[in-house]
Ligand binder design. Sequence first.
Ligand SMILES: [Zn+2]
Length: 477
Amino acid sequence: MAKGLPKKRENFSEWYNEVIAQAELAEHSPVKGSMTILPYGFKIWELIQKELDRRLKELGVENAYFPLFIPQSFIKKEKEHLEGFSPELAVVTYAGGKELSEPYIVRPTSETIIYEAYSRWIASYRDLPLMINQWANVVRWELRPRLFLRTTEFLWQEGHTAHATLKEADEFALKILKDVYQRFLEEVLDFSIIAGVKSDSQKFAGAQKTYTAEVITAEGKALQMGTSHNLADNFARVFNITYLDGQGRRNYVFQTSWGVSTRLIGGLIMIHGDDFGLRLPPKIAPFEVVILPISEKEVGFAQKMKEELKSYRVFLDADFVKTLGERIYSWEKKGVPIRLEIGPKEIKANKVLLSQRDKKEKTLLNCSNLNKLIMERLEEFDFSLRKSAKEELRSLIVAVNHWQDFQKVINEGKAAIANWCGNPLCEENIQKLTTATSRCLPFSLEKEILKALDSKKCVYCNKSLEETKPWVFAQAY
Ligand SMILES: [Zn+2]
């Protein structure tokens, strides 16, 4: 008999690891801190890629590929960028049998190598905006690895654009966050998102502004799902990326960079998983439907059904070495939205027994109108995941006005919304005392939350300044 899962509410961390193992998503590798993504996990990533790639291309973004190795001198050019990434860098000093004259950095992100190219590619306003994306792996040395959340090597997309004005760059960075990432996270992954602006201490190394989309997990921690940075002309000045405008004047370009990674899969597990395993939103489920004939005798009927449902991703599981119960249990853990069981009784009546991953009861369905029924069930399941994520988020964020309540909320494993005056010292002290960091100044807040924040004072120092605004604070992964 297969091993059971720990309860999500009782031991979140162990539950998370076991879901990954038993759903066969990924495993730790002999390379410390690096993971191997297994075929089932990689199928999810491919579907995420495909849909996100389509949405980016709709905006006119093109894909390209840049080298894995970055000359050390490139990284050293932007001071904040270097400081931000230094502790995580992997450096190649020896190759081809000898010491290298200049060490290479294994890319932690590609701003510097891409912007060296941009300085050669961009000459006139006619070259703008330049909008390029790359799907790649990056390396950030990780001391406390966790599958999909923090690994030394991970997969991502990184977009890099150049614009004529700061306003255009800022609008584009926001567009990526709101129109691409937030919509993708809500419409495809069925997440409920907190989106907003990062504080100066939490923004990307070298950015003027960082926009973020985050989820709050069942243990009250924030998980950053996507970020988009307005880099202003910081990198353009360092890499000398200029263009001639219509009047023949030379100006620096203004840039953005933005990315999401395989971390999204970690988010999927944490947000939608339950005590029985994964629950995958239909749009990124490797199989939307699995057909389970009870014995060899029903395989022919099952094959015809699979053929009829060819507009869906369907898997026909005829592995009779396992009992029906074992097969059901395993697909439940893998989070397949719909299971169809076929036995002799069903064939006789031209029916099929349907179970939906979020419901305990099974329904007997007529086979004559199966395509439409499956579509309705998938939509219903999609909707129900989105709804439960929304309710969960509401219960995980608490509006607080007083410092004692703030500490209590964080200690209870929740996120807090509280007024903060904007002083970095308050932010620092809050983190020291509670380990919670400022997550973002949300773009919008529900009326109930605003109502609950009746004090206009900073939750830490009690000052009421013009900059005092409601921020989200939480511990983070
Ligand atoms: Zn304060």
